[in-house]
Design a protein around this ligand. Structure first.
Ligand code: PEP
Ligand code: MG
Length: 749
């Protein structure tokens, strides 16, 4: 058969499928007709459609050639048999002798044993698995490349039709309707809290209403026009002064290269010649990229495939006029679902969101930092929720345990609401403690501060009962822009933060970037181990311009009032001394320029590496104050990456070794008369907070929502008694003090 003939045959088949699917009647009849047309057109004795009944089970839903009794009876698990293998890998399987293939499963009820030639292709839509399309033949032969390609095009049309509900519409054929049944996703909790609301997709799926074309010439023209438009947009973006130099530009260059790739365009044009519409052709290529992405561990290749995916999305938006910026309004209690999201975009949504669920992301990502700053429950690593959820679907997010319930069953929703109500009840109870000090029953006073990173955090300061801001992370203003912020802008922001805090102190931590916090406009350092690399104060001391500018902004903002500056990640005393010298130089400069100076300047160091527990006494007495960055200190003490799910929970904060380290640091600070606080996440966990207080820590800084629970507990316990429990456990050499502490708190707190 000549190429043209194959193309016209393929187009005829697709048009026939479209008409069949559009015809009124039972969906089962439509499916049956489809298998008949495909078998007829391809000239195979058998054509079968298997669809997912749930995420793990495929069901034979229609067949031409196999026994009718097997329909809706024959089921396979994902990965089981050849059909299950096609579904799992997302790739075609072509064999002249199916029974000899590894993993073949004999299904006598189908009568398939007389058809050894087997070709299965996945029915999938942008990587979302929907089912498998199979043709089989009595003649033991391999199917040709053209036949494979042709069947993939058919599968693409079926996938679009499935998305539109053509298989499950009308009366039930025994299959659960897609996007209708309750589904639970297990991810990782990256910000605590529970929320109920409605789905808001950051990038709603583009709906393709007609995957089949009637006029290949016209579709080619539409595709070429859209690609030209995409290229022009990229060119404009690249030539735009605003984009600046550096990495962003590199990314756009790569995009432009991909958008100009001949082979990408050629493949889509071939799909159109076989009968797909321009949109469906783009999606078919996107599906391929997604499948390859899932199967690849090579970071370079993954990045390129991500780029291709993004380009395909842009192209689809051009072709359909759908997607973002459609002007649709956010639903009530919106819960954002995205594959991933940048910090700036998340900030744009701001506190309007009730929760955020990301398919990818990580606990320490920028989005997580923003979600934490906004106190929005966040679940990351939530699997393929974006392809399952529809805008407006009911959804429950539990950031405490990392669970998401999409379209929840009533019983789940009721239990969840109980949990939210209990939390609200507890918050009310804590609100009553707002103006009371955190004094334990033995009379020890603990000062509780809050952590912040955005102007938006400040309103919580007075409501939370915090005695000030113990840690203001300044990197967010740098992370959410496309270039280094201006000194005047920063000074304005810092001034507003201090104005809002009124008489309460705010400890500003200078820029802590590097490691996982990479500025979009900074050349990425290809470091083998960025957490132990060029970050925080190391970067500040090597690239002094930014540090100087930030210190000037702080000095100006604090004119006439107290300024507390803290330098992050001090691993040896000399780093603090050098940073302090830079600060002194800026003070002199400001004075010389005639600017008002702060009325008081206090300089502190963050202790985040075990080395500082052994620093000479002179270091401890030279600081105005100290703060333990427990998140980093713990990861370096145990050599367990705080970003790595496989190890990050492996070592307990309440292990005797870590507590002895903390006690040593506290004792040394006390001996020098230097105030010390703890500002890592653990400070906000009541059990940990009580333990630190019993070790002698008198200042804790935490998320505002944690202040109530921590204060509530501290006010009910005798810290000297808890200290005895700790000492006893340490003396006995228990692996962790958690059981002893929890038990004691349950009896006494
Ligand atoms: C810490 O390391 O504990 C800390 C407070 O800093 P960050 O979490 O910003 O690294
Ligand atoms: Mg840190």
């Amino acid at each position: 058969m000549s190429g043209d003939l194959a193309e016209s045959e393929s187009r005829k088949l697709l048009q026939r499928l479209r008409d069949t699917l559009a015809a009124p009647g039972r969906s089962q009849d439509r499916l049956d007709n489809i298998t008949h047309h495909i078998a007829d057109s391809i000239g195979s004795e058998v054509c079968s459609i298997y669809l997912f009944r749930d995420p793990d089970t495929l069901e034979l839903c229609a067949t031409e050639g196999l026994r009718a009794e097997a329909v809706h009876r024959t089921r396979l698990r994902l990965g089981e048999g050849l059909v299950g293998r096609v579904a799992r890998t997302g790739r075609p399987l072509n064999t002249p002798n199916a029974p000899s293939e590894p993993g073949f499963r004999f299904m006598p009820e189908t009568g398939e044993e007389v058809y050894p030639a087997f070709l299965g292709v996945p029915i999938q839509r942008v990587g979302e698995k929907l089912g498998v399309l199979v043709v089989q033949s009595r003649n033991a032969r391999l199917f040709s490349d053209d036949e494979i390609y042709g069947l993939e095009v058919v599968a693409m049309v079926l996938a679009e039709m499935a998305e539109l509900g053509s298989f499950s519409g009308g009366e039930s054929n025994g299959m659960p309707r897609r996007h209708r049944f309750p589904t639970m996703f297990r991810g990782t909790g990256a910000q605590d809290g529970a929320a109920e609301g409605q789905v808001w997709l950051h990038e709603p799926r583009v709906v393709i209403t007609n995957p089949v074309n009637d006029d290949p010439q016209r579709e080619r023209a539409r595709l070429n026009e859209a690609v030209a438009m995409l290229r022009t947009t990229l060119d404009t973006m690249l030539s735009d002064e605003g984009i600046g130099a550096g990495d962003h530009k590199d990314i756009m260059e790569t995009y432009r290269m991909l958008a100009h790739s001949r082979s990408w365009l050629r493949r889509m044009e071939e799909d159109i010649d076989l009968g797909l519409s321009a949109e469906a052709a783009v999606e078919k290529e996107q599906s391929h990229a997604r499948v390859r992405l899932e199967g690849s561990a090579d970071p370079y290749l993954r990045e390129r495939l991500h780029d291709l995916d993004d380009l395909a999305n842009r192209l689809l938006r051009i072709l359909t006029g759908q997607g973002r910026d459609t002007g649709a309004a956010l639903p009530e209690n919106p819960i954002l679902i995205a594959r991933n999201i940048g910090p700036a975009e998340l900030l744009e949504y701001g506190r309007k969101l009730r929760g955020v669920v990301l398919e990818e992301g990580s606990v320490g990502s920028h989005a997580a930092i923003v979600a934490r700053a906004l106190s929005i429950p966040l679940v990351v690593n939530a699997g393929r929720i974006g392809s399952e959820a529809l805008n407006g679907d009911a959804i429950l997010v539990d950031g405490d345990v990392g669970l998401v319930h999409l379209r929840p069953e009533d019983s789940v929703a009721v239990a969840f609401r109980d949990k939210i109500a209990m939390q609200a009840e507890a918050q009310k109870r804590y609100a009553g403690l707002r103006n009371l000090p955190a004094v334990s029953t033995d009379g020890t006073r603990i000062e509780l501060y809050m952590n912040a990173g955005l102007m938006a955090d400040l309103p919580s300061l007075h409501g939370s009962g915090a005695e000030g801001v113990g840690l203001f992370r300044t990197e967010l203003q740098f992370l959410t822009r496309t270039r280094v912020p201006k000194r005047g802008d920063l000074a304005g922001l810092y001034r507003r933060v201090m104005d809002n805090a009124g008489d309460l102190p705010v400890v500003f931590r200078t820029l802590d970037i590097g490691s996982d916090k990479v500025l979009p406009y900074m050349k990425p350092q290809d470091e083998p181990n960025p957490a132990m690399g060029w970050r925080a104060i190391r970067l500040g001391l090597d690239k002094r311009g930014v540090l100087r500018m930030q210190l000037q902004a702080l000095l100006r903002a604090a004119a006439g009032r107290a300024l507390h500056v803290m330098f992050p990640f001090i691993a040896e005393p000399a780093e603090l001394y050098a940073a302090r010298r830079i600060l002194d130089e800026q003070i002199e400069r400001e004075r010389a320029m005639g600017h008002d100076l702060p009325s008081l300047i206090r300089v502190g160091a963050m202790l985040e590496t075990p080395s500082m527990a052994f620093a000479p006494p002179a270091f401890f007495s030279s600081c105005d104050f100290l703060s333990i960055g427990g998140n980093d200190l713990k990861q370096f003490f145990f050599a367990a990456d705080r970003e790595n799910e496989a190890v990050r929970r492996r070592y307990d904060t309440l292990s005797p070794s870590f507590l002895l380290l903390l006690r040593q640091i506290i004792e040394r600070a006390d001996a020098a008369g230097t105030p010390i606080s703890f500002c890592g996440e653990d400070a906000g966990r009541p059990i940990e907070a009580a333990t630190f207080a019993a070790l002698g820590m008198r200042r804790l800084s935490m998320r505002p929502a944690s202040i109530g629970p921590v204060k509530h507990l501290l006010r009910r316990i005798d810290l000297s008694e808890l200290a005895k429990v700790l000492q006893q456990g340490i003396d006995e050499g228990v692996p962790t003090l958690r059981p002893a502490v929890t038990d004691w708190l349950a009896r006494n707190g």
